[in-house]
Design a protein around this ligand. Structure first.
Ligand code: ATP
Length: 760
């Protein structure tokens, strides 16, 4: 699919329509815009001026260099660059409006477990910039990223994105690539990306478009060769460390995020892979106007010079914040000179790992640097953030009317904004009808202004220093990328695919068939007489308890790794918990039922087959019991964060359930008897007896029968068999209780995940 085309553009100027861009010649596919949004032009714009990209209603791609507007002619070429992440226009329009993000964090202090980790850390990253956070191990880099992504509470300070405080809407939009690679280990890389695309790309994109997008990301991150390899873990080898890292980034890149936070993306990579990854990110930031923050340990000098800005941390405090190319001057200024040919990254890290006195000197020099004129004004103590306007509407939108005037819809309490088209080089030879305008600066702060051309009805963003977003739409920003139905469908498929190798593993098959045959042989063709009654009951009790334990502990052990993945996905706002929960139940249902059914098919006919209806009803109760046990296991697994605790609780519950099931102990003291009503096995076992002994040939009395009724008749009715065990509920009541168990534990599991174990 050709994503990259070479285009030549002219600016047509006429008295009636003013200046606008027209394609002078188009080679390749029309509409395949390959630069996302307005960017500070690099390619084809040697002057480094703003390049505008927009789409007309006819789907044409317009690129104009503002600098050249006055010259009436623009030639912009965007050449193929396989390392850049570009989104084809027809896909990009589905990914939502392009929203460059300016990240400002000021005076951030964080305490974790009563230990102060970060103190008064500040910084600004603008769209198109790559900020590196560096510092010795344990200095607080990850904690800072956690704070910037809204995953930990600030003691003081603020985090603003496009001048809005970090809120739920932004948290969902931030892409945070964690240091650990959290995936379903049995899925291949391609399957992982496909599911992520189907879940996180909007419903307005077709399946084919989503898959094309996956292909593109795989191509960009050079993952073709390993796309069909499983992710793997320490038990089963899969992707290499570097491939996992890139897979992690690929999953996040799918949604075309405006702000990316990456924790140690180069750790575990060789120098070439690290360089290639960082140049991808650099390109991504530059060409797509993205804001990227990475933490790095010890970058090579090549990588170091790729960064635009550096935040150097030392014991949780800022040791340097500013342009990378000025860090050497900063250290020179305090008498610490880098030796020639020495990697500046190594040098500065050595300094911040030096003596206490040296570190104090660096930190205090960094504090003094705040008085320098080039220090970002947003970080100055007297900067008034959004106290004048409320956070939401610091951004404002203006409309360019057909008469050439600009109408501004700013909030009443905003300071006056002077929109200066001259300032924006946008006269285009016709002052009455400027094509594009940018905001100017008020006394204290620049205000983000998007100017909408009435004839195109489309917002463009700009600012002479930084970029604002198109208007934030509040609540709809919190809506999910896909419908409940899509989420349910995709998650069910993923659950099925992910759980199948685990639940239907070769070992589980061997265990099931082996036990089925063994149980069949042990209780082979039992006669229907009192002497064999205990054995028939033994088969039933063994079957119900075995599958209870199998399902309960299966659910218990599989949930902790799954919790990691769903927490990560929930934090990124990928889907509703309810969709996941329902999908988990439905997706795993066929797998949960397969092995007990196989066991039943093998062992029951060996025991003695009466009728298909008995066979099927017994199977139904065995399966119901298994599903109930699975729900209890899932509930315990979801509630307990500590595996040891959950195993202890489960062992206690399942063993008590067996003891009170009605087979092992029949003369239970009255004060303990109530416990049998909490035993799910009790109900399933009773029902199996009711079904088995109600149909077919009756159970014949023994010559020395222990049943009183045998004094008057030759066979034992089912009621008498159950009475011995102290059970008196009918079939329907036992079934109802089992269904209630199922419902209650499923609902409890959901409530725990929704309210008590929310990812933070
Ligand atoms: N939950 C926690 N409880 C106690 N201490 C914590 C916790 N989380 C982090 N810390 C401490 O905070 C400090 C900073 O941790 P952080 O993970 O942010 O460092 P880092 O700079 O990312 O380190 P590295 O480069 O080794 O990954 C460390 O000393 C760590 O032990």
């Amino acid at each position: 699919m050709p994503l990259y085309t070479t285009k030549t553009w002219r600016v047509a100027v006429s008295a009636s329509t003013g200046a606008h861009c027209v394609p002078a010649a188009v080679h390749g596919k029309v509409g395949a815009c390959d630069v996302a949004g307005g960017v500070r032009g690099k390619e084809g714009d040697s002057a480094g001026n703003l390049v505008w990209v927009t789409r007309t209603s006819k789907g044409m791609c317009l690129l104009c260099s503002l600098q050249e507007l006055n010259n009436h002619i623009v030639t912009t070429q965007s050449k193929a660059d396989s390392t850049s992440v570009h989104f084809p226009a027809e896909q990009r329009q589905h990914l939502g409006p392009l929203k460059p993000v300016e990240l400002v964090f000021s005076g951030v202090s964080v305490t974790v477990n009563r230990r102060r980790i970060l103190r008064d850390v500040s910084g600004v990253v603008r769209p198109g910039e790559l900020l590196a956070v560096m510092g010795p191990s344990g200095c607080g880099k990850t904690t800072l990223l956690n704070a910037l992504s809204g995953r930990c509470r600030l003691d003081s300070g603020s985090i603003r994105l496009n001048r809005e405080c970090l809120n739920k809407k932004w948290k969902r939009r931030i892409c945070y690539v964690l240091q650990q690679d959290i995936f379903f280990t049995d899925l291949t890389l391609r399957q992982t990306l496909e599911y992520a695309a189907r879940l996180r790309l909007p419903d307005s994109m077709s399946y084919t478009q989503k898959m094309q997008h996956v292909d593109h990301i795989i191509d960009v991150l050079d993952l073709e060769s390993c796309q069909d390899t499983i992710i793997g873990d320490y038990l089963e080898r899969g992707l290499s460390g570097g491939e996992k890292k890139r897979a992690n980034i690929a999953c996040e890149l799918l949604t075309n995020p405006s702000l990316m936070l990456l924790d140690e993306p180069t750790s575990g990579l060789d120098s070439h892979a690290a360089y290639s990854l960082m140049s991808n990110l650099k390109n991504y930031a530059e060409t797509s106007g993205k804001t990227v923050v990475v933490t790095v340990h010890q970058p090579s000098s090549q990588i170091f010079h790729m960064f635009d800005k550096l935040l150097l941390l030392c014991n949780g405090q800022t040791a340097y914040f500013g342009a990378v190319n000025k860090v050497v001057d900063f250290f020179n200024g305090i008498g610490l000179s880098v030796m020639p040919h020495y990697n500046p990254a190594d040098f500065i890290l050595e300094q911040v790992k030096g003596s206490d006195e040296l570190r104090e000197r660096i930190i205090s020099a960094s504090r003094q640097a705040r008085n320098q004129p080039d220090y970002p004004q947003e970080l100055l103590p007297d900067f008034v953030p959004n106290s004048i306007c409320d956070n939401k509407y610091m951004y404002q939108e203006s409309r360019l009317q057909s008469n050439g005037h600009i109408s501004s819809s700013r909030c009443p309490s905003c300071p006056p904004v002077h929109i200066s088209c001259a300032h924006a080089h946008a006269h285009a030879g016709n002052p009455q009808r400027p094509s594009l305008c940018v905001s100017s600066v008020t006394e204290k702060q620049s205000v983000y202004t998007a100017v909408v051309r009435e004839d195109e009805g489309r917002s463009l963003w700009t600012d002479n220093q930084s970029h604002g977003s198109t208007s934030s739409s509040g609540d709809d920003e919190l809506s999910w990328p896909t419908s409940f139905w899509t989420q349910f469908k995709v998650l069910s498929q993923r659950n099925f695919q992910e759980a199948r190798p685990r639940m239907l593993s070769k070992l589980n098959w061997i265990q099931t068939v082996g036990l089925g045959v063994l149980a069949g042989l042990l209780w082979f063709q039992l006669e229907r007489k009192e002497e064999a009654l205990h054995d028939i009951q033994g088969w039933m009790f063994f079957s119900t308890t075995y599958w209870m334990l199998f399902a309960h502990f299966g659910a218990l052990s599989s949930f902790p790794p799954e919790r990691e993945v769903i927490n990560k996905e929930r934090l990124s706002g990928a889907y509703r918990l309810s969709a996941y929960y329902l999908a988990k139940m439905v997706g795993e249902l066929p797998l949960t039922m397969t092995l007990p059914a196989v066991y039943h098919v093998i062992s029951y006919p060996m025991l003695g087959f009466h009728s298909p209806s008995v066979f099927l009803t017994l199977l139904a109760f065995l399966l119901l019991n298994t599903i109930v046990a699975q729900s209890v296991g899932f509930f315990v697994g979801a509630s307990c964060m500590d595996m040891q605790v959950s195993i202890t609780i489960s062992a206690l519950y399942t063993l008590a359930t067996q003891l009170f099931g009605g087979y092992l102990a029949t003369n239970i003291s009255p004060w303990l008897k109530w416990l049998q009503y909490l035993s799910m096995v009790h109900y399933a076992y009773q029902n199996m007896q009711i079904v088995e002994f109600s149909e077919g040939s009756p159970i014949m009395c023994a010559p020395q029968s222990k049943f009183e009724i045998c004094a008057n008749q030759t066979s034992i009715p089912v009621e008498e068999i159950l009475k011995v065990q102290g059970a008196n509920l009918p079939l329907w009541a036992n079934t109802l209780v089992l269904l209630l168990f199922l419902l209650v534990f499923r609902v409890l599991g959901y409530v725990v995940l929704r309210y008590f174990r929310r990812p933070k």
